[in-house]
Design a protein around this ligand. Structure first.
Ligand SMILES: [Zn+2]
Length: 237
């Protein structure tokens, strides 16, 4: 009996239909109309945000890479100056690293046997001399530093300061000294075929993206020290 009484007292709610009142419904309609535009606005904002987030570390990374990878200045890699005691005079005004002397002289001797007369134009150059060359020629030729750097290394950035670089000419065609035309000489053709046997390599080839083609400029890579010096350059090219 007690239970029935309780049941009777429970108020069972009737199903109610709830109508959205008028003001709510117009707002909903408006939202529906504007939703494509809102979506577009949000997408645009999101894209901008993603782009910004991506860009910041990308710029930093790039900058870091340029700084760390090779420390190039105007396309040239830095080279330390060789200690004086490692330099030897091979002929008046031409000094080279002692490690490369024999190989270099041997190469000239072998070339002569083939009727080719190699002439050494420039070997070791001190950073001070490089400074003179770079700045005096730059002002003489009225060139910008970047322009000049395509044909001459800034001081502290020349392979010549390592003692492992040598500029070579053809003794029978001296007008091609330090000229791209050197590539048409017999000396150059002989070097292309034979220099590697003596551990010499053309430093600035035609496809070098930083520095102009220098068919006369060769470097020695026949010792561990030389390989260490040019490791960074070989990694890039
Ligand atoms: Zn050179």
């Amino acid at each position: 009996m007690e239970q029935n009484k309780d049941l009777n007292q429970i108020d069972i709610p009737l199903a109610k239909r709830i109508y959205i009142n008028n003001s709510h419904s117009t707002l909903f309609k408006k939202l529906l109309i504007f939703s494509p535009f809102l979506l577009l606005l949000f997408s645009y904002a999101a894209l901008r945000l993603i782009k910004n987030i991506e860009q910041i570390p990308f710029i930093n990374l790039n900058f870091q890479a340029e700084k760390n990878q090779d420390n190039r200045i105007l396309g040239h890699l830095p080279y330390a100056e060789i200690p004086k005691e490692k330099l030897v005079l091979i002929e008046p005004n031409i000094e080279v690293h002692i490690d490369m002397r024999d190989s270099l002289l041997n190469m000239r001797k072998e070339a002569r046997k083939d009727g080719i007369y190699l002439v050494f134009l420039s070997g070791y150059r001190s950073i001070n001399l490089q400074k003179e060359i770079f700045y005096s020629l730059k002002s003489f030729r009225n060139q910008e530093a970047a322009e000049r750097a395509r044909v001459s290394a800034p001081p502290g950035y020349s392979e010549h300061s390592t003692g492992f670089a040598i500029d070579i000419g053809d003794a029978t065609q001296r007008e091609t000294d330090f000229e791209t035309e050197f590539q048409n000489t017999d000396a150059f053709n002989w070097l292309i075929k034979n220099a590697a046997k003596f551990h010499f390599k053309l430093s600035f080839t035609k496809d070098n993206k930083y520095i102009d083609y220098e068919p006369w400029h060769w470097r020695y890579e026949g010792s561990i020290e030389a390989l260490k010096v040019f490791e960074s350059s070989n990694r890039k090219s």
